[in-house]
Design a protein around this ligand. Sequence first.
Ligand code: SAM
Length: 496
Amino acid sequence: MESETMVCTTDQGTEEEPQYTHLDQNEFSHRRHKKQQEEDIVICECKYDEHDPESACGERCLNVLTSTECTPGYCPCGVYCKNQRFQKCEYAKTKLFKTECRGWGLIANENIKAGQFIIEYCGEVISWKEAKKRSQAYENEGIRDAFIIYLNASESIDATVKGSLARFINHSCQPNCETRKWNVLGEIRVGIFAKQDILVGTELAYDYNFEWYGGVKVRCLCGAPSCSGFLGAKSRGFQEDTYLWEDDDERYSVEKIPLYDSAEDEPSTRLFKNSSNSEFDGNRMIINVNVDSEHQLMSTALVVQSLDSDPMEGVVMEVKNEVSKETKLYSQDNQPAFLKKNAMISRIRSNTACRNYHIGSGSISNKRSKQGSNGRLKHFAQKQVDAKSVALLLASNEAQEEILKHEETRSDAATHLESLYNEIRPAIEEHERDNQDSVATSVAEKWIEACCLKLKTEFDLYSSIVRLVACTPRKESSQAKPSDSNIENEIKLLPN
Ligand SMILES: C[S@@+](CC[C@H](N)C(=O)[O-])C[C@H]1O[C@@H](n2cnc3c(N)ncnc32)[C@H](O)[C@@H]1O
């Protein structure tokens, strides 16, 4: 995206540079930097040939193909190895500039080639719990642009206070850059790469791929012809909220969407009056930044390898070379927090589905599964048989007991599953939408076991009902107790 396409481009004013501590590499506050074990080092098969510049770990290098940097001292190309770009900080020349309405931005200070590594997104590597805490604190402090990037299921990079220049790169719906994850000496690191040739003086931008979950809607000022209008406009949460849920198919008019314009200090209150308070009830806006990539990471050393499954809306999750995704969270606290400044958390992920971070109270999964916009309940097609009513229809005591026994077992299994859910709720909600792929394996196994058990008990109950209803005499209607009179020989269906 050329800078000319921006609605607001540059302001070459003399405003003071932003305050932050510059980092050239990630800082680890909650754990030690991993030390690569010798058995984890992958040695490529490249051979340096002075007549072929690509020979020393170019595009065909096995490590490059798996987005893994070569380990110094082990690469057969020695000092000629070109696959240590993160380690050697081989950044493109960039320059900080002040945009008119999107705060600071970064421009190319030299021509950059498509695919070129531009800069690493550095910051403090923190646990997701710490990320949650910090995001809340930033929000309370009125820090508007807090950048916490999702690194993997358990860690994030926070560049709010300390970071590299990458923290200043703005979002565009038609980006000229993308983020990719690389395995560097056993640690996953995030880089910004050029998606296309970029001319000197052009603003750098990548698609944050915001995922919206509620609260204020932030107007996107990227100015691209294909701009989706709002940060997160393409996300499921935003679309579900913007369309009426199911009774009809009217769109909310755009006038009803409360706006937050990043050019303004405070969110606009103009439209707030039109919207229901429920939009600001502590829900937060969660923003994903999708990171395009070329190939899937294949190295066994990569933690992101297992996270490459489900596609997310608006993002084609092709198997690509370097894998990453960013998530941003723009949060809005409880009333009257709408008037507060807002914190945004951005997270970078692997090339996987939309495992979004939910920071806030309550279960998004529950909220989202049960109700759409306006708090209306979604009607579920799935029903359960009312086993007790069925049992009462049957003449035989044994048949009744059998059904009631199965029903009890089913109910126990359901209760057990529910209590397990509470145990793993934080991990699930971190990733939203009942996505459990980042839950610890042992917990996931317990969960799967409990799900299977519940399904089995349901199967046993229903098969028993079918068999008994088909083969056992029914009670005469005169035999039915008064309290059974409403049964009227029907199998009742209960809402699930
Ligand atoms: C990762 S920061 C980018 C650097 C930021 N502009 C600064 O001054 O520090 C993200 C923030 O920049 C602003 N921003 C980035 N891209 C934007 C866009 N396309 N439209 C509106 N605001 C944007 C938003 O306020 C967002 O919180």
